[in-house]
Design a protein around this ligand. Structure first.
Ligand code: FAD
Length: 405
């Protein structure tokens, strides 16, 4: 395959990891990595953690760049260049400045932050997705401005943590009746209200935002919250607009994700998709998954690179992510639905606990709060579809692995 040329669009974790995996797995042809952002490729999780906490602690310059030597890998980096369209029949990517031909293409364009309607162009309203977003937020923390965070999801909670640490007054407003309403059941999110309170963050749930006006956020119940800055953390959508009409099937009735198959191939010949931009059918969970977490952007490229090189590997991971919020290390592995049985392991008002989800007795997912050993053991048990004795697993003093039947 030495004569073939691989083009990767999107230079985030999934794109970079694809380039690295292609070389490691023996791709000898050209690799071009195209990224819209002007910065050297960088990692996103620190943007809502050490980058902001660095600001809180007065430290400067947390380095988030990937430690990858692109020259040594023989990867041509083309930054500040946006793919505008795909001509799959001609095997060409159309960019701002011309056309890039490919033999194999990997779509790794990630996701973009959802905006609050009516706020585009307002100077003090911030998303938190990119390095530029994080840089724009550092002065907000440095100057201890009064902040309203819209959305009590993962990003909102992490930003609120850093902002409190910096000494900002923080209010978090959430349209749903509780934090993390889309991700976790009410019993599990209830103790999290206390996390906000302990940190001195005012949490207002069940109160959608009606408008953002200069210096304040107006809620639908008429409340007006003073805000010197507004941070919006209301989700992310796959950045796939450039693929419209290209022959790469998208979930156009849904979130626009690339509909990859279980080999991470798209519907266009020679085109693969990885990371936040693509969903895939999970045999393990019996449904299509769209995973917006770092581990998926690391694991998917391994499979995509193998298949691009001619293997026939199925992608069926146990999803994993972590969050650092309010001094806690929160980890989740697997995937659950509302139909799965919930089992608590420890007192949810205690500093550390876990929650397990069982499907017909099989462990399918686990959330661990400051219980990393539960996570490590649980992840392995989920991978091997272990049947769990609920009575044993409910006892936090017993190792989780000994609850296997
Ligand atoms: P992205 O990182 O979005 O990269 C895609 C790249 O493609 C971007 O640089 C984009 O500019 C570029 N691009 C888009 N369109 C085009 C185009 N048309 N042409 C050229 N380039 C294009 N996950 C966890 O598991 N734990 C965490 O603690 C955690 N924290 C996070 C904190 C923040 C602030 C954010 C934003 C995310 C966090 N995540 C976390 C999620 C994780 O970072 C993402 O899942 C991961 O970055 C996805 O990688 P990706 O390469 O698929 O997409």
């Amino acid at each position: 395959m030495s004569e073939l040329n691989a083009v990767i669009v999107g230079a985030g974790m999934a794109g970079v990891q694809t380039a690295v995996e292609l070389r490691q797995q023996g791709w000898r042809g050209g690799i071009t990595l195209l990224g819209e952002e002007p910065h050297a490729p960088y990692d996103r999780p620190p943007l809502s953690k050490s980058v902001l906490l660095g600001a809180a602690g007065g430290k400067q310059g947390v380095d988030v760049r990937f430690e990858v030597d692109f020259d040594a890998l023989g990867v041509e980096l083309r930054l500040g260049l946006r793919a505008q369209a795909l001509r799959a029949d001609e095997r060409e990517v159309v960019t701002d400045t011309g056309v890039i031909p490919y033999d194999r293409l990997v779509v790794a364009t990630g996701a973009y932050a959802v905006t609050l309607p009516g706020t585009s162009g307002l100077p003090d309203v911030h998303p938190l997705r990119t390095l530029d977003d994080a840089s724009a937020l550092r002065p907000v923390l440095d100057q201890r401005r009064q902040v309203v965070v819209v959305g009590a999801g993962w990003i909102g909670a992490e930003f609120a943590t850093a902002a409190r640490q910096a000494g900002c007054a923080v209010t978090v407003v959430e349209a749903a009746d509780r934090p993390l309403a889309r991700a976790l059941p009410a019993d599990v999110t209830e103790p999290m209200r206390g996390w906000y309170e302990e940190a001195g963050v005012e949490l207002r749930t069940g109160t959608p935002v009606a408008a953002v006006e200069p210096g304040e956020v107006v809620l639908v119940d008429g409340a007006r919250l003073p805000a010197e800055a507004v941070v919006v953390g209301i989700g992310a959508r796959p950045a796939t607009g450039w693929l419209g009409g290209s022959g790469v099937a998208l979930d156009s009735g849904g979130d626009g994700a690339v509909l990859a198959d279980d080999r991470l191939r798209t519907t266009a010949d020679g085109v693969f998709a990885v990371g936040d931009c693509a969903s895939f059918p999970s045999a393990r969970y019996g449904e299509r998954l769209l995973v917006h977490h770092w581990d998926n952007a690391v694991q998917g490229p391994r499979t995509a690179a193998a298949n691009l090189l001619g293997d026939d590997e199925r992608y069926d991971p146990v999803p994993y992510f972590w969050s650092e919020q309010f001094g806690r290390f929160v980890q989740y592995a697997g995937h659950h639905t509302t139909a799965d049985a919930v089992l608590t392991r420890g007192d949810l008002s205690a500093p550390s606990w876990s929650v397990l989800w069982l499907r017909d007795g099989v462990l399918v997912a686990l959330l661990a709060v400051d219980r990393p050993r539960d996570l490590t053991q649980g992840r392995k048990l989920i991978t091997r579809s272990a049947v769990i004795d609920p009575a044993v697993a409910a006892d936090p003093s017993v190792q989780l692995k000994s609850a296997v039947r």
